[in-house]
Design a protein around this ligand. Sequence first.
Ligand SMILES: C[S@@+](CC[C@H](N)C(=O)[O-])C[C@H]1O[C@@H](n2cnc3c(N)ncnc32)[C@H](O)[C@@H]1O
Length: 192
Amino acid sequence: MTETSSHERDYLPAMGKHYLMPFYDLLHRVSRLGRVHGEMVALAELGTGHQVLDVGCGTGNLLRAAGRSGAGLTGVDPDLKLLARAERRLRRAGVKARLDRGYAQELPYPDASFDRVFSSLMLHHLDGPSKGEMLAEVRRVLKPGGVFVLADMAHHGHAREAIAAAGFTVEPTRTVELRSFGPVGIEVATVH
Ligand SMILES: C[S@@+](CC[C@H](N)C(=O)[O-])C[C@H]1O[C@@H](n2cnc3c(N)ncnc32)[C@H](O)[C@@H]1O
């Protein structure tokens, strides 16, 4: 794991409070969040040799779901405890991934370095200006023709409009109904 951020930022931990972190993976199972991750991986049409980034990767559930694709996997998250947990869980699952500490608003990667970028249930952690910064960063690190697949709680709304405003071509929103989370919207967006 590498420490890459140039300065500390405030961020909202998974589930809002650090002490709730151990319950997050339980919630993942109960709510069948895995269905959303599976759907996101399918929509991204990952191929061998693709470079893939998961922004706000948390405990690595989405990276695990992408584990059999043959793609090169990278996860970034500001929370060292979650990254340590992700590292353990991915190792146990036999999935190779690079994990970096960093922020969505300041991704520690060169321009045009990924074919696919994922972000699952993290956009609502950011305030309005940070959302714009994140989307500009995702656009920057994607290669031309690259695809961004985002999931977020549908009631937070406007993800599709914000992604389009950042210069992506966005497909119609897909909605998945999740126990204890409610509806989750999945956006598929291409950068040209
Ligand atoms: C609800 S969790 C979702 C985790 C994972 N994506 C999943 O679907 O299982 C939200 C994640 O966003 C991360 N996060 C919060 N602020 C962030 C930021 N500014 N940049 C990147 N990740 C952030 C949290 O640390 C946490 O891992």
